[in-house]
Write a protein that binds this ligand. Structure first.
Ligand code: HEC
Length: 120
């Protein structure tokens, strides 16, 4: 009688550990989420993926690097000019083609740029 109880308890513990391992494996495989695709990003995601590398300081190997392009905060660029810069470039900034920033992402990106007054 005591032995069967002990066996039952062991079986229960085994089942619990098994369930934990399975659920943890699931959590780990779901962890690295793929970056959102071109054409399905929010304005902020498009900014981070396409513009921020050049227009915001970034940390490389623990050291902060100055951006290659100017900061855009409070520049209050008119929307038409912003769209023109994005698609046609500006000085040394190369044009950003639709393959990197879909037409449908322009409006959300402009809206995001307005949150820090890069666009008036
Ligand atoms: C590969 C680097 C790079 C990327 C990517 C990039 N830029 Fe630029 N951008 C620059 C540089 C460098 C300049 C300054 C060029 C010049 O005036 O000669 C610039 C200039 C600009 C200007 C004009 C600023 C001014 O002083 O009038 C705007 C606006 C701008 N970028 C917006 C954007 C936006 C929005 C994106 C993302 C869709 C973007 N840029 C992506 C490098 C980049």
């Amino acid at each position: 009688m005591q032995q069967t109880n002990a066996r039952r308890a062991l079986a229960l513990v085994g089942a619990l550990v098994g369930a934990l391992v399975v659920s943890n494996a699931g959590a780990q495989s779901a962890a690295p989420t793929a970056p959102p695709r071109v054409g399905s990003r929010t304005g902020q995601q498009a900014w981070s993926a396409v513009c921020a590398n050049c227009h915001m300081p970034r940390t490389v190997g623990g050291r902060v690097r100055a951006p290659t392009g100017p900061r855009l905060e409070n520049k209050r660029t008119p929307e038409a000019e912003m769209r023109n810069v994005i698609r046609n470039g500006h000085g040394t900034m190369r044009p950003i083609p639709a393959a990197r920033l879909a037409d449908s992402e322009l409006a959300p990106l402009i809206a995001y740029l307005r949150t820090f007054n890069a666009v008036r």
